[in-house]
Design a protein around this ligand. Structure first.
Ligand code: PLP
Length: 358
C-alpha cells in the first residue's frame, strides 16, 4: 500500500491519508501550502535535511547554547567537514535568547539561524517572532526546532517569521516514534542532499525538485503518518489552549512545591511566563542519575536525568560536573495526584540526603 506507487484502492486510500495529514499539519502550523509539509523519520532527520540543504562551504550559521544535539551535531559536522562557520549565542540568566544578541552575531556570510522553540531541559519558550523579524531584515533563513512545542502550544509559521519548522511525532503530537518532518515556507529552497524513489515521474534522472518529493526519499512511514493524524485530531478535539492551561497549572504547583524544599536547586524556573511544562532540578549533593533511580524504583515516577542531549545548557549552568540534572515533563494525562506524589518523593530524597550529610 505504498502511496503514489499504484492505482488500486488500498494504495489510493493510503495516498489520501498522506495528503490529508499534510493538509492537517499545514493548517495546524498555519502554513500555506500542504506540498511544503514533508515527512522525515524524526526531528533529527528533518533538521539534518534542512541544515545540510541550506548551508554551503564558506557560509556562517548561528545557533544557541540552548539547543539539542539534533541541531548542535549537524552544525558541528558542517563546521568540521564542510567549511561552515558556526557561532553559539548564550541564553540569559532566565533561560531566554536575546534577539539583539542573535542579530549582533550576524555577518555578511550569515545564511541560517537555527534555534529551538522551547528548551527540552528548562522549558523556556524563545522569542521566535522577534528573532525571525531580525533574520528577515537580513535575508537570513530561520530554522526552528519545534520538537518540544508542536502539540503543546500554538505555532504559526507566518506570524512567527519561521522559514523552516522541524517537528517530531512522538512527543506532544501524540504520534508514534519514527515520524517527524519539516514545514518549508514558500520561497525557501532546501537543496536535496539525498536522492531516490518518489513513486512519481520515475523517468526523470535526478531527484525531483518539486515539493514534497524534493525532500522525501523512498517509502514513507505510513503507520507513523496515520499516528500523527490521529494525534492531531485528538489535540484539536481537546484544544491546544486547554492542554497548555492544564499542564501549566500542574507545572506551577510542581515548581512551587519543589522550590519550598530545602536542598533542592531549580534551574531558570523563577518566572513561568513563556514556558512549557518542562523543568530541571537537582537534589544538592546527590547525582542526578541517583535521584532518577530512586524516583523510578521507590516512587514509580518516570523522569529523565543527565545531559538530555543538550550538553551546552548544562555547561552554561555549570551542571556538567554534576552529570546534569533531573528533568520533569508534564503531559496532558498527568494529574494533581501525580504532582503531589512527585513533590513528596523529592522532599523524602532531599531529607534523606540532608540526614546522611549530617
Ligand atoms: C528540543 C529537541 N529537539 C530535537 C529532539 C530530537 O527529536 P527526535 O528524537 O524526534 O529526533 C528532541 C528530543 O528529545 C528535543 O527535545
Amino acid at each position: 500500500m505504498n502511496p503514489g506507487r499504484s492505482g488500486y484502492d488500498l494504495c489510493m486510500e493510503t495516498g489520501q491519508l498522506v495528503d490529508d495529514t499534510r493538509k492537517q499539519l499545514t493548517r495546524f502550523f498555519n502554513g500555506t501550502d500542504p506540498d511544503r509539509l514533508v515527512f522525515a523519520y524524526n526531528s533529527t532527520d528533518a533538521l539534518n535535511l534542512a541544515l545540510f540543504g541550506l548551508l554551503s562551504r564558506g557560509d556562517h550559521a548561528i545557533t544557541t547554547t540552548i539547543e539539542h544535539n539534533s541541531v548542535l551535531r549537524p552544525l558541528h559536522h558542517l563546521a568540521q567537514y564542510h567549511g561552515v562557520e558556526v557561532d553559539h549565542v548564550p541564553f540569559d540568566a532566565r533561560g531566554f535568547v536575546d534577539p539583539d544578541a542573535v542579530a549582533a552575531t550576524f555577518n555578511a556570510r550569515t545564511r541560517v539561524v537555527a534555534i529551538n522553540h522551547a528548551s527540552n531541559v528548562i522549558g523556556t519558550v524563545q522569542p521566535i517572532a522577534e528573532i525571525g523579524r531580525r533574520c528577515r531584515e537580513r535575508g537570513i533563513r530561520l530554522v526552528v526546532d519545534a520538537s518540544q512545542t508542536a502539540g503543546k502550544i500554538p505555532i504559526d509559521v507566518q506570524a512567527m517569521n519561521v522559514d523552516v519548522l522541524a517537528f517530531t511525532g512522538h512527543k506532544s503530537l501524540m504520534g508514534p516514534t519514527g515520524i517527524g518532518g519539516l514545514y518549508v515556507q514558500e520561497g525557501v529552497e532546501i537543496r536535496h542532499t539525498r536522492a531516490g524513489g518518489t513513486g512519481v515521474r520515475s523517468a526523470h534522472r535526478p531527484h525531483l525538485d518539486e515539493y514534497p518529493w524534493r525532500l522525501e526519499y523512498g517509502t514513507p512511514n505510513i503507520m507513523g503518518i496515520a499516528g500523527i493524524h490521529a494525534g492531531v485530531e485528538w489535540i484539536e478535539r481537546k484544544g491546544l489552549e486547554a492542554i497548555d492551561a492544564h499542564e501549566m497549572r500542574l507545572m506551577r504547583r510542581l515548581v512551587e512545591g519543589l522550590r519550598a524544599i530545602p536542598g533542592v536547586s531549580l534551574y531558570c524556573q523563577d518566572d513561568l511566563t513563556d514556558h512549557i511544562a518542562v523543568m530541571a532540578f537537582n537534589v544538592d549533593g546527590f547525582e542526578a542519575g541517583n535521584t532518577g533511580t530512586v524516583l523510578d524504583v521507590d516512587y514509580n515516577i518516570a523522569c529523565r536525568t543527565g545531559l538530555h542531549c543538550a550538553p551546552r545548557v548544562h555547561e552554561q549552568l555549570g551542571l556538567d560536573k554534576l552529570h546534569g540534572a533531573v528533568r520533569f515533563g508534564i503531559g496532558p494525562f498527568n494529574t494533581d495526584e501525580h504532582i503531589t506524589t512527585a513533590i513528596g518523593a523529592v522532599r523524602d530524597i532531599a531529607a534523606a540526603r540532608a540526614k546522611k550529610a549530617r
